[in-house]
Design a protein around this ligand. Structure first.
Ligand SMILES: Cc1cc2nc3c(=O)[nH]c(=O)nc-3n(C[C@H](O)[C@H](O)[C@H](O)COP(=O)(O)O)c2cc1C
Length: 218
């Protein structure tokens, strides 16, 4: 961990989705457990704590998943029109092998029983809760100098089988977690011209959706 504790705003500013900068070394188990403890402190609907974390470090299993991701990447590339494909081609979308550690975050909708306080109206709040655990882990990783990359190029069925998750447990993310050589300043997708960050002013609405900066709805 860096000597000076990192301000939370600084961690938010520095956080990046990491694909290319993993050193190839495996994360220290004590550090990994601190990250998982941070994830486990997330808020959750009805205090269900619907997440679990499957740590994958076996080389063969990493290779199997990496090959599956590579195929999903090819399928996506093939679905693109020519100009978008040319932009997409140089973009790396995972560091499954190089990170040395995959953390599969799962969501269990049955956790908390039939009467989940607060999920009776919005069912998605269950998945939202598990995603908050991911964000906790991601920010804690920044403070530890560890890189995290979220991979979603996979079939849910394939990953469910790979980790042996029993129904109704769903894998909701594969996180590549490992030491990094240097933190990237600019998001990869921005650097490659795929998409760029929206200005905050465009995302903030006053009173009504579409009313920005006190003006009339757009
Ligand atoms: C739900 C989710 C799924 C994502 N899946 C992938 C992925 O499969 N491959 C990838 O390279 N990045 C993935 N990302 C990372 C985004 O591309 C990244 O967050 C975005 O480009 C902004 O960059 P930054 O996180 O460095 O700010 C995912 C992010 C989220 C939140």
């Amino acid at each position: 961990m860096p000597e000076e504790p990192m301000d939370v705003y600084e961690a938010i500013r520095r956080r990046r989705d990491v694909r290319a900068e993993f050193t190839g070394d495996r994360i220290d188990d004590e550090v990994l457990m601190r990250l998982l403890a941070a994830a486990h402190r997330a808020p959750s609907v009805g205090m269900t704590q619907p997440w679990d974390f499957v740590v994958v470090q076996d080389r063969q299993r990493l290779d199997t998943f990496a090959a599956h991701v590579a195929q999903a990447r090819r399928d996506f590339a093939d679905s693109l029109p020519e100009d978008r494909r040319a932009t997409f081609d140089p973009i790396k979308i995972d560091g499954v092998r190089e990170s040395g550690t995959g953390v599969v975050v799962t969501y269990d909708p049955s956790r908390g029983g039939r009467h989940v306080l607060g999920r009776h109206t919005v069912d998605d709040t269950g998945v939202f809760s598990a995603v908050l655990a991911i964000q906790n882990l991601w920010l804690a990783a920044v403070a530890e100098g560890i890189g995290v990359g979220w991979v979603s190029f996979y079939s849910e069925e394939f990953l469910t089988e790979l980790i042996g998750a029993p129904a109704p447990v769903r894998p909701i993310a594969w996180l590549c977690v490992g030491p990094v050589s240097r933190p990237a300043e600019i998001p990869d997708l921005e650097r490659h011209g795929w998409r760029s960050r929206r200005p905050l002013a465009e995302a903030v609405h006053r009173e009504h959706y579409g009313r920005r900066d006190g003006g009339a709805p757009a």
